[in-house]
Design a protein. Structure first.
Length: 154
């Protein structure tokens, strides 16, 4: 028996796979992923990418309220995910030291690194929810799968 969330991710995976197949433009792929996830998933209040540009994170395609334009690597949840190259699942953003509040309504957050073929972090996908504890291991697994498929073809 699969959960509603699993079925939603399954649908997103297939739409995103079809949309991004064969496209090598980074922004086009990011914009398409955000457009699908933000509209198909429940509880995705802010959905967007930060790209690694000149040693900092710079905002990329997103949907939701206005996000901060730049984040230092190592700062906040996004900067931490980029620095360590590992997904960060934050149940309560108020408990995360250095969390950057772009919209005070956000309560929980997941940030997944995007890696190129060499394993270098080129961006992070950030999703915020207004609910506490909205993201768990299933979100981590499914979002990592989607990004790995789009950027590394497996
Ligand atoms: N909360 C993030 C910053 C980005 S926004 O929420 C859009 C962080 O702490 O990295």
């Amino acid at each position: 028996m699969s959960s509603e969330k699993e079925r939603d991710y399954e649908r997103c995976r297939s739409i995103i796979g079809a949309l991004c197949e064969g496209d090598d433009d980074q922004i086009a792929k990011m914009a398409s992923i955000v457009g699908v996830l933000h509209n198909e998933m429940n509880d995705f209040f802010w959905t967007g990418f930060y790209r690694v540009v000149g040693g900092r994170l710079v905002i990329g395609p997103y949907q939701g309220t206005v996000g901060c334009l730049r984040i230092e690597i190592g700062k906040g949840v996004c900067g931490m995910a980029a620095a360590v190259g590992e997904t960060q699942v934050v149940e309560n953003v108020h408990d995360f030291p250095g969390h950057i509040a772009c919209d005070g309504r956000s309560q929980s957050e997941i940030v997944v690194p995007v890696k190129d073929e060499r394993g270098e972090v080129i961006a992070v996908l950030d999703v915020d929810s207004v609910k506490k504890g909205a993201f768990d291991e299933l979100d981590r697994k499914c979002l990592e799968q989607i990004l790995t498929h789009v950027w590394r073809g497996r």
